[in-house]
Design a binder for this molecule. Structure first.
Ligand code: SF4
Length: 408
């Protein structure tokens, strides 16, 4: 780890800096930020309300930037303008995938946007690709493992919530969820955090009274660009709307995206001979992450809660419609998730969400609906666009067209 970076993060810890984090996956990010709080950092998840963040985004960065970039930047600017934070002791952090899409390049856009109004606020990066060497969060082996566990625990809880909320209501489910999150918060940073089987048993015991009934509501899968798929602010509370329409929502896990990123690194070696020295390490990381998701899936055996699709099967399904060499944005993952839903007998309705200004996901999302429909004509699939000015009413009307043909 470079000395500069060490010094910078020590300074944040010593001077009690507040680090602002964009709100993408509420459950996962809650656990991930707690992980960093245990290490001495003060993290605040910025959850925008109302149109202000979108307006700030439009005013701060070029309007051909993709919607997730615009909304994240706007949310930070909006938060910094509230006067709630000491601008000399506040930083913001965002993830970089290291891939070819804009997610790797937002950071310079943000720095430019902050230059005039918030020159003292550093823009930090979280990435596993060696980018931003001086200003990225140091990732030790312990921290990386803890992050992985947070992602898988987050998926586990998100899955339980998604399967119980349509039948028991938001209040009751959130109460149980908060109880589970508090339980995990107490364990982060201790050995107990790694006792997954015991912890999954505990989480399941809390959700036991909220088990879904045998006869389920029609299920609607949501696939698409990662930020818009998960962030309730970015997708105008899509999940709430679908639940209000008497459906059960199925969201692919965040681990699928993590595994997709690692798989692509391995594939770069297979296809192009890249990453020769690190290939062994990537393969090991892939094995560990896949195993973690399988431990979580196994914990659900004997209950009515259903696990996520196994990632190895998703990989196998991809070549039906797309090459696994397509890896810009969410690349082959989106069509592979659609095929996996279509092949199973549970999710017969799919919403493909895509942000404005995102070329990769318009191709692998909207652009791949036709090949999937040609193979699986019974699948009810609708694309849904998001941008800073699209209204919730328009989106809901579009969804209602899909809901009119809902498949059980
Ligand atoms: S995948 Fe699309 S929306 Fe996401 S960062 Fe890249 S360009 Fe933007």
């Amino acid at each position: 780890m470079s000395n500069e970076r060490k010094k910078l993060f020590k300074k944040f810890e010593k001077e009690h800096y507040t680090i602002l984090v964009p709100d993408m996956c509420p459950i996962h990010f809650d656990l991930l930020t707690h992980c960093l709080e245990k290490d001495g950092m003060h993290m605040v998840i910025v959850t925008p309300q109302g149109p202000a963040a979108k307006e700030e985004g439009l005013a701060s960065i070029h309007n051909d930037a993709c919607y997730p970039a615009l909304i994240t930047c706007g949310a930070f600017v909006d938060a910094l303008k509230t006067g709630q934070y000491d601008l000399n002791k506040t930083a913001v952090i965002m993830s970089q995938t290291g891939g070819g899409c804009r997610a790797s390049n937002y950071i310079s856009l943000f720095r430019k946007a902050f230059e005039k109004e918030f020159p003292t606020v550093p823009v930090l990066s979280l990435n596993f690709s060696g980018l931003e060497k001086e200003r990225s969060l140091p990732l030790t082996l312990r921290r990386s493992l803890e992050f992985l566990h947070c992602v898988v625990y987050g998926d586990f809880l998100m899955n339980l919530v998604n399967q119980s909320r349509p039948y028991y209501g938001e209040e009751k489910v959130n109460e149980t969820l908060n109880c589970c999150l508090e339980y995990l918060h107490r364990q982060i940073g201790h050995q107990a955090f790694y006792q997954r089987k015991k912890n999954y048993r505990y989480l399941l015991s809390q959700f036991k009274p909220l088990e879904p009934p045998e006869k389920r509501k029609p299920r609607v899968g949501i696939v698409g660009e990662i930020f818009v798929k998960y962030s309730p602010y970015a997708n105008n509370h899509l999940k709430d709307f679908l639940i209000s329409q008497n459906t059960e929502v199925v969201e692919p896990s965040l681990s699928e995206f993590v595994l997709y990123c690692i798989y692509n690194l391995i594939n770069d070696h297979t296809l192009y001979g890249m990453n020769r020295l690190l290939n062994g390490l990537y393969k090991k990381a892939y094995k560990i992450a896949l195993k973690e998701t399988r431990i979580a899936a196994k914990a659900l055996e004997g209950t009515r809660f259903e696990p996520f699709e196994d990632f190895a099967e998703i990989v196998e399904n991809a070549p039906e419609v797309i090459s696994t060499g397509v890896k810009m944005g969410e690349g082959w993952l989106i069509p592979a998730e659609m095929v996996s839903f279509a092949k199973g007998d549970k999710v017969k309705n799919i919403v493909v969400v895509q942000p404005f200004g995102c070329l990769p996901n318009h191709i692998v999302g909207k652009g791949m609906i036709r090949p999937v429909k040609e193979r699986y004509p019974e699948e009810n699939i609708v694309p849904l666009d998001f941008d800073a000015s699209s209204t919730q009413v328009n989106q809901e009307n579009r969804l209602k067209l899909m809901l009119a043909n809902l498949k059980d």
